[in-house]
Design a protein around this ligand. Sequence first.
Ligand code: SF4
Length: 405
Amino acid sequence: MCIRGGRKSHSGLLKSIRKESELPDHFDLVALSTFTAQLKEAWQVADFYRRKNIPVVMGGIPVSSLPEETREHCASVVIGEGEPLWPAVLDDFKRGRLQPFYVQTPRGGFDLREAPMPRFDLLDPDKYNPITVQTSRGCPHKCDFCASSILLTPRYKLKPVEKVIAEIREIKKIWPHPFIEFADDNSFVHREHYKRLLRELAGEKLRWFTEADVRVAEEDDLLGLMRDSGCQQILIGLESPRKLSLEGVELNNNWKARQRDNYLAAIQKIQSYGVTVNGCFILGLDGDTPEVFDEVFNFVKESGLYEVQVTFLTAFPGTPLYQRLKEEGRVIRDKAWELCTLFDINITPKNMTVAQLQSGFLKLVKRLYSGDETSARRRKFKACLKTSPNFGRRAVAKGEALLAG
Ligand code: SF4
């Protein structure tokens, strides 16, 4: 699951702004957060403001993993969750005594019951949709490559149902028909909590997306509530169809490898409720050999996955994977954080060459995303829905309309 420090593609901040002279500079204080792949660009932006004597505060996951390097570019570095530290930053700024580091102790100690209402009204409505809402933070699993909020919080934390619904109603004042993306690493871990949330959501007439793990398929009533509350798709980090490649990926109790045998049934069950699955695979895992590319392709076909994402294994700063591969001398161009896009290679794979990984990946991408394969996946999903007892006739028509859109 999770964006893993950047499941989504990024476009350079400076590239999109084009040149420094286009940066606005009418600020008293600048706060910057960033994806890992944009970290160096964010440092450049911070340098720009520093030259203008405007203090810069930086925070976020990569910054929390690289505080000393970041401090060279800004006045203050926020390490950990921002909510409990930000008021102190503002207070110190007003008194003219910004500290070099603001460190959350204990790490991950913020209670989401205290989460403030986000200022959705500050967003340009034309530029933002889907709109993100966080319903939980953290994940009970510990994947060695994961650069997600588990680096900020060791505990899985839930935002109260009432707060989530209040945020959604606030969003609807600006976007009457929003598409909501739950900015969670792993929704549905606490089933009863999420069932309560989904019952409330059903009245809001939304369409929404989230990230979860395969265990969501274990409970029909949860899947039914997802369908009825407007869930369009869930993203699941399947990582690999190859059990050997999954071995040791999850560090607590090898959870990912133990789930492998459930993958096909779980995908079919979830999709039978009209909820599409976006299956994510990582190429370059230690158990991968050059045959893995065909295995991913064949698995995607067999599973009927509606959507698929493939990325390279990436060593993000602060992760156990980075530490391990660094010790093994397998991090390519150390500190080249701009390679942490998930579509560039920054590690030496164990059982193939970098060139094999690169070319196998490119061929796989061409096959998976060809027009024929993409249409075949869509057709298969629709055909399955027509006979699915979990979807229903009225819902089929609605689902087809949505899919057509
Ligand atoms: S399942 Fe693994 S990759 Fe996904 S959020 Fe949890 S720890 Fe990260």
